[in-house]
Design a protein around this ligand. Structure first.
Ligand SMILES: [Zn+2]
Ligand SMILES: [Zn+2]
Ligand SMILES: [Zn+2]
Length: 157
């Protein structure tokens, strides 16, 4: 039973993080912290972006949950911290590697879900300004991008 609760804590937090990431992207990064996110909407050749600081910001609640969830033996908070960590890793692999190709790792994939994700995020990047953005989510892809992704072509095309 305990293991089931731990598993649910991780799964629930992982799913919750998609909502948190969507909210933060739409209302914080395209809001009062636009100054940190803006360089992600500009073309550049730098290795890092100010936008990368958000990864550190999201690491804080994860680290706190790991710490407080393991003070007197491990409890569900530890597994919530794990959920945030796993979401962060997935976000990095999908957003930074698969979509923005900061590392050339899975260029050959023809997976429909990955191509739909990439298409949706490219729509987000069509907008260069703080206002009138769309597609603020990441792992959850609106159905219409799935439907548009019919032909089998590699993901970077
Ligand atoms: Zn954005
Ligand atoms: Zn970028
Ligand atoms: Zn992006």
């Amino acid at each position: 039973m305990t293991i089931f609760i731990y598993f649910l804590s991780t799964l629930f937090t992982f799913c919750l993080m998609e909502g948190v990431a969507w909210f933060a992207h739409k209302y914080v990064m395209h809001g009062f912290l636009w100054g940190l996110h803006e360089d992600h909407h500009r073309v550049h050749n730098n290795l890092f972006e100010k936008n990368d600081l958000f990864a550190l910001i999201f690491a804080v609640p994860s680290a706190l949950l790991f710490i407080f969830g393991s003070l007197e033996g491990i409890d569900f908070r530890f597994f919530m911290g794990l959920g945030i960590l796993i979401y962060g890793i997935c976000y990095f692999l999908v957003h930074d590697v698969l979509i923005h190709r900061r590392f050339k790792w899975f260029d050959k994939t023809t997976n429909r879900y990955f191509r739909a994700i990439r298409k949706a995020h490219k729509v987000h990047h069509k907008h260069q300004q703080k206002e009138d953005g769309e597609c603020f989510g990441m792992l959850f892809v609106p159905l219409k991008y799935f439907k548009e992704t019919t032909k089998k072509e590699a993901v970077w095309k």
